[in-house]
Design a protein around this ligand. Sequence first.
Ligand SMILES: [Zn+2]
Length: 106
Amino acid sequence: MNQCPKCGREVDKDMVICPYCGEQLYNPNTKSRELVNIHLARYLVLTAILLPFVGLIVSFCFRKTYPVFSKVLARNAIYGFIIWLMVILLVLICYLALFSMGVAYM
Ligand SMILES: [Zn+2]
C-alpha cells in the first residue's frame, strides 16, 4: 500500500490516480520504462542527425579520388537532411499533441 501525497490516505500501489482526491500518483515502474524509451528515442534521433554529416564529410574526403561517388554521397546526405527535418517536425507535432493530452512527460 502507498500513501497519497496530497490527501494522505492509503491507496493501492498500482493506482495511477488517487481515488479519493484525484491526485496523480508517482509510479516508479512506469516512470523508468518510459525513461528507457525516451533515452532510446534520443539515441536514435542523434544517430539520424549525425549520419548526413558523416556522409558529407566522407564525400568531401573522397571528392578527388572518387568524384562520382562523392557527388552521389553528397546528394544523398542532403536528402538525408531534408528527411531528417521532416521527421523532426512530425515527431515534434506528435509530442506536442501527446503532451497537451497529458500522456507525455518533459
Ligand atoms: Zn489523495
